[in-house]
Design a protein around this ligand. Structure first.
Ligand code: SF4
Length: 208
């Protein structure tokens, strides 16, 4: 099988408090199947990736923070873009990086279920940006189908258990209300989600 490559957009080191415990390095990858209106990465996603790297090459770029990761329980976070488009790569990276590192994935779950299955064992913690659980709001905001996100979330909860899944539920200016957000939270709890993060999107001028 060909060596999986990661379309690397950027590396952001020494992050704290934004994606779980400890010091983390965010590696952003290109590509996303959704078209969210207020995508903070839209400009970045349009650009060509800085490089396509193998798992060993990425490891060499991030291992400078090995001691911080080990001392704080942190590690590497795959984001983007849609990190799970690169599930085969994440799996390969897990196989070559130190076992003590925590591997985190930020995802909308808008990918075929095979990708989730492939990533499940390689990823310790998933941050799911669910957008909204209402089909109409979801479609209007992302251009995608909410049923895919829900099916994949059920699958992920079953495979990993609720402790490994944090679902972010945004209030999205112009798309949903505080009541919609609460409705989504209730639906997600009913699906077995125990770790929810409710927050407000802040729309900046350059995102309009
Ligand atoms: S899922 Fe994330 S990266 Fe993809 S379009 Fe939406 S906000 Fe942007």
């Amino acid at each position: 099988m060909d060596e999986p490559l990661y379309p690397l957009l950027s590396i952001s080191r020494l992050r704290m408090g934004s994606d779980g415990a400890g010091v983390t390095t965010l590696v952003a990858g290109a590509g996303c199947p959704l078209h969210c209106r207020w995508c903070i990465n839209r400009r970045l996603l349009r650009e060509a990736p800085a490089a396509s790297v193998t798992a060993e090459e990425l490891l060499r770029r991030v291992e400078v923070d090995d001691l911080y990761f080990r001392a704080t329980g942190g590690g590497v976070t795959f984001g983007g873009g849609e990190s799970l488009l690169h599930a085969a790569f994440i799996r390969r990276f897990r196989a070559v990086c130190p076992e003590a590192w925590r591997i985190t994935a930020e995802t909308s779950l808008a990918v075929p279920q095979e990708h989730i299955a492939l990533a499940a064992d390689a990823v310790d913690l998933f941050f799911v940006d669910c957008k909204d659980t209402d089909g109409e709001i979801y479609r209007r905001y992302t251009g995608g189908e909410v049923s895919l996100m829900k099916e994949n979330l059920r699958f992920l909860l079953e495979r990993k258990g609720p402790e490994a899944v944090i679902v972010r539920v945004p209030r999205i200016p112009g798309y949903n209300s505080a009541e919609d957000q609460q409705r989504s939270a209730a639906r997600l709890r009913a699906m077995g989600v125990t770790r929810l993060d409710l927050f407000d999107y802040v729309v900046r001028e350059d995102m309009a």
